[in-house]
Write a protein that binds this ligand. Structure first.
Ligand code: SF4
Length: 253
């Protein structure tokens, strides 16, 4: 199947079945979303949603957060990954919002990336979710799922994935496609053992095609057999080794 066809099936499926996919992070305004996305790096949305209500209540505005200290912020985010760095980033980000951006989260991806803790992925999320910009953020789920389905080819960096997705996806679907890929990666196309048996995309998925081809199945069977043989050999060797040790000990006695 050619790549444009895969894209067509991908867009058709999700447009029909998940037209309104949105982020699972909880927020009430762009400032809170920016905080939540910065915190979500290397952490689950579930964990972030547990700690943000108290954080948002304590720091409801950029002014309030800018006037605090990383130590103060740390006490609210201690249970997320990399809390020390993230606390510093949040205070630094708020200071820039106050000093440079007039208390408003900027819409421009380059300007967003000037703030501490805001990389290209976070900037793309804000631009597409808040400002409806034709941008697609690439996180670990997007990276993996796009590659498995065959939406990307030989894309080894998030930027390469972003470029290929931007090239092929219809402009108006870029923002929502980010959520399609994330949600699919979170619940079905999971990292270790993708749930291909229940996946509605399997009929056009490159990974599925590959892992169900005769050649692949034969190779997998052979590998399994080798693994079994190696385990059996190791077991036998262990038994022999124990027996030998026992004989040596018996002799010594
Ligand atoms: S068929 Fe399997 S690998 Fe392909 S998208 Fe579905 S879960 Fe992922």
């Amino acid at each position: 199947m050619l790549k444009p066809e895969r894209y067509q099936h991908f867009v058709e499926y999700f447009t029909k079945n998940q037209p309104e996919a949105v982020t699972e992070l909880h927020y009430n305004n762009p400032f809170e979303l920016l905080i939540a996305v910065i915190l979500s790096a290397q952490c689950t949305d579930k964990r972030i949603n547990q700690i943000t209500p108290a954080l948002f209540e304590r720091f409801p505005t950029p002014d309030a957060l800018a006037a605090s200290t990383p130590e103060d912020v740390f006490t609210y985010i201690r249970s997320v990954s990399y809390p020390n760095n993230k606390a510093k980033h949040l205070v630094g980000m708020a200071k820039m919002l106050v000093d440079v951006f007039n208390n408003k989260v900027p819409p421009d991806i380059n300007e967003l990336q000037k703030m501490p803790g805001v990389g290209r992925k976070t900037a793309n999320v804000i631009a597409s979710v808040v400002y409806d910009a034709p941008a697609i953020a690439v996180d670990t789920h997007v990276f993996r799922v796009a590659n498995r389905i065959g939406l990307t080819t030989r894309a080894t960096t998030p930027l390469a994935v972003e470029k290929q997705l931007t090239q092929y996806l219809p402009k108006q679907t870029l923002g929502v496609a980010h959520h399609w890929l994330i949600l699919h990666g979170r619940y079905i196309c999971v990292a270790r053992s993708p749930k291909c048996a229940i996946c509605p995309l399997s009929w056009f998925c490159k990974y599925y095609d590959h892992t169900n081809s005769d050649t692949y199945l034969l190779k997998a069977e052979a590998a399994q057999k080798r693994k079994l043989e190696t385990t059996q050999k190791k077991r036998k060797l262990n038994i022999i080794s124990k027996e030998l040790k026992k004989r040596v000990v018996d002799k010594d006695i």
